[in-house]
Design a protein around this ligand. Structure first.
Ligand SMILES: Nc1ncnc2c1ncn2[C@@H]1O[C@H](COP(=O)(O)OP(=O)(O)O)[C@@H](O)[C@H]1O
Ligand SMILES: [Mg+2]
Length: 242
């Protein structure tokens, strides 16, 4: 379960989150769409405790994130996968070591078990056999899937995706969206997906909302929101060429 109540966050005099309310029930997936540079990544960073709200509450799995100790935050992050907007693979580590990173950072798991875990998530994202390759040796779509495998490797109950389809061709974007949907259906993870793709939202999300002006302005099931008459929805979708 993920909840934000009246969350406010400013950087200097720039108000980025301006009273955000969000509720994502356990086991469901929620997509966030909205103009660039408006605070969608900032919102996700509040959920894993990388940023603290100026005001309001951020509650994940019943715990108030800003109030967690460093040790508790480490535990929370073990239970949350995060697919970064810019992949954030480490160039000098091969695929296997990139994926193993969260296990080495947040657990004391023995190496043989780490290897098994890595092999199992590589299979989930259909990248068997790519474990010894370096990020520069694989395609953008494969890099995204490695990022996804890394987000999944701790077997989190919650997973946050920051533009999982960005930079991929349409076919690969659909494939990633279907993979997200399948993972959610099979493992019952609670997911938040920030995306620029209405296909991704309608494939992968149970509910979605448009984030604009520091708040959610239109919320509902994807079909409702994508075809909403709300002026902010029409302005957003109408202004987009894709
Ligand atoms: N750590 C930070 N310090 C100062 N400003 C930031 C920080 N993180 C994000 N911002 C600003 O907040 C705004 C929203 O950023 P972001 O959440 O990345 O937008 P997007 O909706 O494209 O993900 C931008 O103006 C960005 O420059
Ligand atoms: Mg962003």
């Amino acid at each position: 379960m993920i909840e934000m109540r009246s969350v406010v966050k400013s950087f200097g005099n720039q108000a980025v989150l301006n009273g955000v309310d969000l509720f994502v029930p356990a086991g469901s997936s929620f997509a966030v769409m909205g103009p660039s540079g408006t605070g969608k990544s900032v919102l996700l960073k509040h959920l894993i405790g990388l940023l603290r709200p100026d005001e309001g509450q951020v509650i994940v799995s019943g715990r108030s994130v800003p109030d967690l100790s460093r040790e508790e935050l480490r535990g929370l992050r073990r239970d949350m996968g995060y697919l970064f907007q810019f992949g954030a693979l480490i160039n000098w580590l091969n695929v296997e070591d990139n994926i193993a990173l969260p296990l080495r950072e947040t657990t004391n798991m023995p190496e043989p078990e780490i290897k098994e875990r890595v092999a199992s998530v590589l299979e989930m994202v259909r990248l068997e056999g790519a474990d010894q390759k370096f990020p520069s040796e694989i395609s953008g779509g494969m890099q995204k899937r490695v990022g996804l495998a890394r987000a999944l490797v701790t077997q989190p109950n919650i997973i946050l995706y920051d533009e999982p389809e960005a930079g991929l061709d349409p076919g690969m974007s659909i494939a990633i969206s279907e993979l997200i949907r399948r993972l959610q259906a099979e493992y019952g993870m609670t997911s938040v997906i920030v995306t620029h793709s209405s296909d991704c939202a309608s494939i992968a999300a149970d509910r979605m909302a448009i984030f604009d002006g520091g708040q959610f302005v239109v919320e509902g099931v994807p079909e409702e929101v994508l075809h909403s008459d709300h002026p902010r929805a029409r302005a957003f979708f109408g202004a987009r060429s894709t």
